[in-house]
Ligand binder design. Structure first.
Ligand code: HEC
Ligand code: HEC
Ligand code: HEC
Ligand code: HEC
Length: 338
């Protein structure tokens, strides 16, 4: 998880690359199994499904009634990812022997923000998206448009875009190319802003990476963008941003096939966040801000009372519940409490 899709729970020195944010629950000393059930399998067998209900019931309730009931918690609360940003399979050394299928995958870096996609049930979830190619294919393979779910019955919410095969002059037979589109859920933290999802016609994620494999070339840096809008999903502007120094046996056709494949990393379909009704949007935005301001005033009053030594535990608990409900369904809160 840390290396591939790069959704890191622990973050900091444990993430790839190091220094990504830690999940808000780490500070609370929460363990994986506080959210992931282990069932009969025990520790080695952690379920992918996780629940927030146990500890944030007021949020779950508010969300169920909200305009965002089809938006997962993680979609708003995960802002940055790490891990692989590219893989290029080609000739190289595997276990000290020459192989046509060496995986040059150490293109590590952050992607921000995650791209939202609709899962098999129409729920918006955040995803990590990156290009992959594998040279050495004899046969041609046709592309499949749109997302292909890895497990169509919904055991997971990971998908692929099958781009098909491409040939390159002087290259390594055909190159099979695909995009990995993987669900992410960590690190949870403060929410993204309304604007980051609603203000632009396209979702755009900025990606930077550093090539760190010991074969192919000396370390170099690069970048790309992931774009999702009404015209489809694509990875564009893949480029090296520092000088590339290939090692004696290093050939870009192998460790950096993307340099030869061109503008192939795309599929059609509507990947845009629906344009929201401007009146509803404005009202919700104003209401959330108003609720936060009101709650912050109440917070000050409670703090003042705490400072005077008063016991406000009950009020504090109620305040926390009100706050959680308010920011997730401000409309209800404002009409209900005033
Ligand atoms: C605050 C709750 C929470 C904690 C704590 C937590 N996770 Fe998760 N994790 C989630 C959620 C939510 C998902 C998405 C589940 C789903 O598929 O709906 C998830 C998904 C995952 C996945 C699945 C990614 C995939 O392959 O699809 C893995 C693996 C994972 N978590 C590992 C961990 C590990 C390891 C820890 C502890 C170091 C941990 N999680 C701690 C909430 C949590
Ligand atoms: C075992 C209890 C527990 C579970 C399960 C749990 N949380 Fe939390 N969560 C906490 C605690 C404790 C805090 C800190 C709250 C506080 O400081 O008042 C917190 C804080 C948060 C925050 C606040 C972040 C911030 O700084 O603004 C978010 C967002 C959050 N949780 C999301 C989730 C999501 C999503 C899930 C389900 C995947 C989940 N939590 C599951 C206990 C839990
Ligand atoms: C549409 C975006 C959105 C979705 C979806 C969403 N949240 Fe939030 N959440 C927010 C905003 C905005 C805040 C305000 C504080 C912040 O910026 O994190 C917040 C705050 C929180 C907090 C901290 C409460 C506090 O008083 O600061 C928790 C806990 C939380 N969310 C849990 C969840 C859980 C659990 C879910 C899913 C059931 C969820 N959120 C879904 C936007 C969202
Ligand atoms: C993480 C991305 C994200 C964030 C942050 C977010 N939204 Fe949304 N919003 C969505 C998505 C996705 C939908 C569509 C949900 C659906 O398909 O049902 C939506 C739906 C809506 C709708 C309903 C659309 C309609 O016209 O019926 C409104 C209004 C809205 N958002 C306003 C806001 C406001 C205001 C904020 C900030 C408080 C906000 N959103 C934060 C992603 C987001």
């Amino acid at each position: 998880m840390e290396r591939r899709r790069g959704d890191s729970y622990l973050g900091r020195e444990f993430s790839e690359p190091a220094g990504l944010p830690e999940d808000v629950h780490v500070k609370k000393k929460m363990e994986c199994v506080d959210c992931h059930q282990t069932l009969q399998g025990g520790m080695g067998h952690i379920e992918r499904r996780a629940t927030c209900q146990d500890c944030h019931p007021e949020v779950e309730q508010a969300m169920a009634k909200s305009l965002h009931k089809k938006v997962s918690c993680e979609a708003c609360h995960v802002k940055m990812l790490g891990g692989y940003e590219m893989t290029s399979w080609g000739s190289g050394m595997v276990a000290s022997k020459p192989s046509p299928f060496k995986k040059y995958s150490l293109y590590y870096g952050p992607m921000e923000p995650p791209i939202l996609i609709k899962d098999q049930q129409g729920i918006w979830i955040p995803a990590k998206i990156w290009p992959n190619s594998m040279g050495g294919f004899k046969d041609a393979v046709a592309p499949k448009p749109g997302l292909t779910w890895r497990w169509p019955k919904g055991e997971t919410r990971d998908a692929l875009v099958h781009l098909g095969t491409f040939s390159v002059p002087g290259g390594n037979n055909n190159y099979l190319a695909w995009l990995q589109v993987e669900q992410v859920a960590h690190p949870l933290g403060r929410s993204r802003t309304c604007e980051s999802c609603h203000d632009a016609p396209a979702q755009v994620a900025k990606v930077t990476w550093e090539y760190l494999d010991t074969q192919g070339a000396e370390p170099f840096k690069g970048s790309q963008r992931v774009v999702a809008d009404k015209d489809g999903l694509r990875v564009v502007d893949i480029k090296a941003t520092t000088k590339m120094k290939p090692l004696p046996d290093g050939k870009t056709e192998h460790f950096a096939a993307w340099m030869h494949l061109g503008d192939i990393w795309k599929t059609g379909g509507d990947f845009s966040i629906p344009k929201s009704d401007p009146a509803k949007y404005k009202k919700l935005n104003t209401d959330v801000r108003a609720a936060l301001a009101k709650l912050s005033a109440e917070d000050k009053q409670l703090k003042a009372r705490e400072a005077r030594g008063e016991d406000v535990k009950k009020e504090r608990r109620r305040w926390k519940e009100a706050r959680a409900a308010a920011v997730h369904e401000a409309v209800q809160y404002l009409s209900g409490m005033k």
